[in-house]
Design a protein around this ligand. Structure first.
Ligand code: ATP
Length: 239
């Protein structure tokens, strides 16, 4: 990891109302990295992403992006700085074509970061490039997921927080999404990836954090995690 991380959480507590979900969460994402956050259902992965973009406000700790404090900024302000949360549920306009969906996101995006052009996104997501004039509603689940990611990128994000992008997708589409994430990363996009599917995380990520009951219990490289059967078994239910 780079000495000055692009995105950094230090000792973050967060939750909903009186219920504390995250305790003392610290993690770093270097510019150009793919970092995964894995853990069982309900471990607090989505809550971590929501805390970064200001949907959930931390009650303790700090979050920095490109060396500036963003703790407590709202979702509009974090988006303007170039961070995009791509939620699990796909967010597209079903009645608009693929190109219109991308154009609308590009038009609406006013960020400090550069993101990717519509052409670069279509280059990455070949399935979308073949369907630019089709309505969003006609796309498969995997294609809708790709369009959701593409919309975040053309709106100017250069750091994307992907919340279970492969959830509910057929295995061959999972591979397409993984290839696309790798390609985006090669184009300079930094990725924090939340995954239920540890194999996807291991294959894509440079480094991984394991979250258990709101706390980071392990961090390290993918080959280290792959070899650590105790961690895989105890926190991730695989071995
Ligand atoms: P999953 O894969 O199930 O989404 P996760 O690791 O992303 O798991 P979170 O969605 O962050 O976990 O949920 C962590 C805990 O916070 C769970 O106990 C969940 O019930 C609770 N929670 C999530 N959203 C809310 C909310 N809006 N209000 C209250 N509690 C919530």
């Amino acid at each position: 990891m780079s000495p000055d991380p692009m995105l950094s959480l230090a000792n973050v507590d967060a939750g909903y109302g009186e219920t504390q979900i995250l305790t003392d969460v610290s993690l770093d994402v270097g510019e150009g990295e793919v970092v995964s956050l894995v853990g069982r259902n309900g471990a607090g992965k989505t809550t971590t992403l929501r805390s970064i973009v200001g949907i959930v406000e931390p009650t303790a700790g700090s979050i920095e992006y490109r060396g500036e404090a963003i703790t407590g900024l709202d979702a509009v302000d974090t988006a303007k700085r170039g961070i995009a949360l791509v939620p699990e549920e796909r967010r597209i306009f079903p009645e608009l074509t693929v190109r219109e969906n991308l154009e609308l996101a590009a038009y609406g995006g006013a960020t400090d970061a550069d993101g990717l052009s519509i052409d670069a996104v279509l280059d990455t997501f070949e399935n979308l490039a073949d369907r630019t004039d089709n309505d969003g509603a006609s796309l498969s689940g995997g294609e809708q997921q790709m369009l959701t990611i593409g919309r975040a990128l053309v709106s100017g994000a250069d750091c994307i927080l992907l919340d279970e992008p492969t959830e509910g997708l057929a295995p061959y589409i999972v591979q397409d999404v993984m290839d696309a994430v790798r390609d985006l990363n090669e184009r300079g996009i930094t990725v924090l990836l939340v995954e239920q599917n540890v194999h996807v995380a291991l294959e894509l990520a440079d480094r991984n954090y394991v979250l258990d009951r709101g706390e980071i219990v392990w961090e390290g490289g993918s080959s280290e995690l792959e070899a650590d059967e105790a961690v895989l078994d105890r926190y991730l239910g695989v071995s």
